[in-house]
Design a protein around this ligand. Structure first.
Ligand code: FES
Ligand code: FES
Length: 202
């Protein structure tokens, strides 16, 4: 079987080896950490969950990766990576977006909210509670995106019909639940909100 390594592979490696050597040699200049320009990454500030956070990232890096890998906000999940499943949903200026499709540079001017920013400290939002009580979550991969989509839906339709629930969550895919328990979670959250409203009305 032919050697898959190109004939000039070692030759091609030569200059790179030299460059590495230079970078690790004794001069203080070569010891300096690569600048943002040298790495291609640029320093930027993101507004996430009410905090101003500094990161260095490639301008076209996916917002999803920067959230998960640079900011450790791993609640946002990756499913398809192609804008089809909604697992990576976040809010940008209140609008639900698929963070796998957003270049991070585009997000620097927006207020971003991830699933980590939804609860009020240890107090869950009603929709988070009903995902637990109604069995809306199984493996949990789709759950952060589903909850954000449900929040957007309930904001638009506080008492949604079944059709509106289906439509509101249509951009989010779930491989586990068969959807009915997710729809129940949204419906029960809306019912509880209505009951609480009634209870607080004199
Ligand atoms: S991972 Fe972004 S839409 Fe599926
Ligand atoms: S709970 Fe597993 S994908 Fe939805």
């Amino acid at each position: 079987m032919a050697d898959p390594k190109p004939a000039n592979a070692n030759k091609a490696a030569g200059p790179k080896t030299k460059a590495v050597k230079a970078a690790t040699s004794g001069s203080s200049k070569s010891k300096a950490k690569p600048s943002a320009t040298a790495t291609g990454k640029i320093p930027m500030t993101l507004s996430v969950n009410g905090k101003s956070l500094k990161v260095e990232a490639f301008p076209m890096a996916r917002l999803l990766d920067v959230l998960r890998e640079s900011l450790d906000l791993t609640g946002t999940k990756e499913g398809c990576g192609e804008g089809e499943c909604g697992a990576c949903s976040v809010f940008m200026d209140g609008r639900l977006v698929n963070s796998c499709l957003v270049p991070v540079l585009q997000a620097t001017t927006a207020k971003i909210v991830t699933i980590e920013g939804v609860a009020d400290g240890n107090k869950l939002q009603p929709i988070q509670e009903t995902f637990i009580t109604e069995g809306g979550a199984q493996c949990g991969i789709c759950t952060p995106g589903m909850i954000l989509a449900a929040i957007a839906l309930l904001k638009k339709h506080p008492q949604p019909t079944d059709a509106q629930i289906r439509e509101g969550l249509s951009g989010n895919l779930c491989r586990c639940t068969g959807y009915m328990k997710i729809f129940d979670s949204v419906r029960v959250a809306a019912e509880r909100a209505l009951a609480n409203e009634g209870a607080s009305t004199p």
